[in-house]
Design a protein around this ligand. Structure first.
Ligand code: ZN
Length: 322
């Protein structure tokens, strides 16, 4: 598998990127149109995003800053404020989901945690598409954007209907989207029950015996049987005939409950819920350089056609040719 060779950008490469390649036109409209209401944060030298509470009234001011400082990382708030330079007068905030390829709870490629390959990125992309489908189909949201963050994807939603939601309501959306809560009736044909079964099926299909054994109360013989007859188990999950799972030898009611709990918890791990509920979060600015891995953070217009090459800055491509 093709592990991406990522290196940290040097200060010279950062300067080159911001002088020659960075383009303010790559900042998405939903940020440009609300630029002066957002708090900007920067990591100027690779020691963390300590340079907070910045406000730019015009994109020209931001451009001057980016070109002259060539920051290690650049971020903008998901929130709009009356006084962004004081982080005061909160008006509203995007709904966001962070799907980090390096932290996916189940990887079929075998990358260790913290490392990504094209397959992990692809899995993160599939998860992002699933989540977006539910946001559009079940929650009727329309303004859904994908951003490649450098190590995975951000989903950013700007529909007015969700901009004023509070933390606990955002937390409920995370549970709904991920299948992170056991529904009262698992067998319902529509609504959350259906989403839950789809997510559980996806999680279950990516499991192997070793991972399944980390579920509380799971015996080796049962784990082996479930994996050997994975298709039969998956079929039962998808159709909502969960009672059929109890026909597996060794699956008592208690073990079944523990398995369901394990799958639900794993579902929740596909996104970082802390990001979603934080209405004052700063997220990496699309158009900017992720210097830790020398990749661009970019708005993804067509997620199905997104290729990693789209996010590779010129200095990396030209460095490879040399
Ligand atoms: Zn991988």
């Amino acid at each position: 598998m093709n592990r991406m060779e990522m290196h940290e950008a040097t200060p010279e490469e950062r300067k080159l990127f911001y002088k020659e390649e960075w383009n303010k036109r790559e900042i998405p409209d939903f940020i440009l149109h609300t630029l002066s209401l957002r708090e900007f944060g920067f990591d100027l030298d690779g020691t963390g995003p300590k340079h907070r509470y910045n406000q730019f009234i015009t994109v020209g001011q931001l451009e001057d800053f980016m070109r002259s400082r060539a920051p290690y990382s650049a971020f903008a708030s998901v929130a709009l404020y009356e006084r962004p330079s004081a982080r005061e007068g909160w008006l509203k905030s995007e709904l966001t989901l962070d799907i980090d390829a390096k932290d996916l709870p189940l990887k079929t490629c075998g990358c260790p945690p913290g490392i990504v390959c094209e397959r992990c990125i692809d899995e993160a992309r599939r998860v992002a598409m699933e989540f977006a489908e539910t946001l559009a189909g079940d929650l009727d949201l329309r303004n859904i954007y994908f951003v490649y963050s450098g190590r995975g994807f951000h989903i950013r939603v700007t529909d007015e209907a969700i901009m004023r939601l509070e933390q606990n309501e955002r937390g409920q959306i995370v549970e709904y989207i991920t299948g992170g809560l056991i529904p009262t009736d698992i067998t319902m044909a529509l609504g959350y029950s259906k989403i839950f079964r789809e997510r559980v099926a996806r999680t279950f299909s990516a499991l192997d015996e070793e991972k399944l054994l980390t579920a509380r109360g799971m015996r080796k013989s049962l784990a082996r049987r479930l994996m050997m007859e994975k298709e039969r188990a998956l079929e039962a999950i998808r159709k909502g005939r969960l009672d059929e799972l109890s026909s597996f030898e060794g699956m008592g009611a208690k073990t079944f409950g523990q398995l369901l709990e394990f799958l639900t918890r794993t579902n929740l791990g596909f996104t970082d819920g802390k990001v979603t509920i934080d209405t004052k979060r700063i997220l990496r600015l699309p158009s900017s350089l992720h210097s830790g891995v020398s990749m661009k953070c970019i708005l993804v217009r067509d997620i199905e056609r997104f290729r990693l090459e789209d996010a590779i800055p010129k200095f990396v491509r030209e460095g490879e040719r040399r």
